[in-house]
Design a protein. Structure first.
Length: 235
């Protein structure tokens, strides 16, 4: 997660256990610095930055799925606990818009989730919003022109999805968009010049090298040159 000119890496899995450690990278100095650890070790958490703070929601501590939420203040170099989400979730998508946090889907270690909830950190309370049209986890999420786009992911039958949905946080409504050209979950996503680029991920049988672009203005997907190698769960 980026805040200002720095990158933050929180928790994860070291091959044996969940981590609570946090590190910050300063590109100008090419230096890593260890920061205060989170209160809870977690992997598969959803992270975002809003109003100069870092937020970490849910995840898994290696024994159970979490509903806990933590916030890091870079100026004070301190973590604070926030109200927990209404349900446990990992592998969810998290968007920050206008200082509010929107958490989409994920799974609770048993089933994929379609639920959506929103936190206003100033008010300190979660609000349950209209659910996604279908459950999904490890979806690719980004924000374009105030709309939140969710692409692909896994469904409740562990099938990779090609479907795409957009949530309007002002109207609190969902809109189905044209599907991607390929089903994929765990894909990398970015926005360039107002268009969505979805790269790689895992398809129905194997990791993908394919890349596709969505133009919100025309509502169409286009296939682009593939990456040099297959990759899923990339950044």
């Amino acid at each position: 997660v980026a805040i200002g000119r720095c990158l933050y890496v929180c928790g994860g899995w070291d091959g044996h256990s969940a981590l609570s450690s946090v590190e910050r990278f300063q590109p100008d100095a090419m230096l890593w610095r260890e920061l205060p650890s989170m209160a809870h070790a977690r992997y598969g958490a959803a992270t975002a930055s809003a109003s100069g703070r870092l937020y970490v929601c849910g995840g898994d501590d290696g024994q159970s799925t979490l509903s806990s939420v933590e916030s890091f203040d870079p100026g004070a170099a301190a973590w604070a606990s926030l109200p927990p989400m209404s349900q446990q979730r990992r592998n969810a998508a998290l968007a920050a818009i206008a200082g509010r946090l929107f958490v989409f889907g994920g799974d609770d270690d048993q089933d994929p989730l379609s639920s959506l909830e929103c936190l206003d950190p100033a008010a300190g309370a979660w609000e349950v919003l209209p659910s996604m049209p279908r459950p999904r986890y490890t979806a690719s999420m980004t924000v374009v022109a105030g709309g939140i786009y969710l692409c692909g992911g896994y469904d409740d039958d562990e099938n990779a999805l090609s479907s795409v949905e957009r949530f309007d946080p002002q109207k609190k409504t969902w809109e189905a968009l044209p599907s991607m050209l390929q089903p994929r979950h765990g894909a990398a996503i970015a926005v360039v010049a107002g268009c969505l680029y979805v790269c790689g991920g895992h398809g129905t049988q194997e990791a993908l090298s394919s890349v596709e672009r969505f133009d919100p203005a025309s509502g169409t997907w286009a296939s682009l040159a593939p990456m040099s190698q297959r990759r899923a769960l990339a950044a």
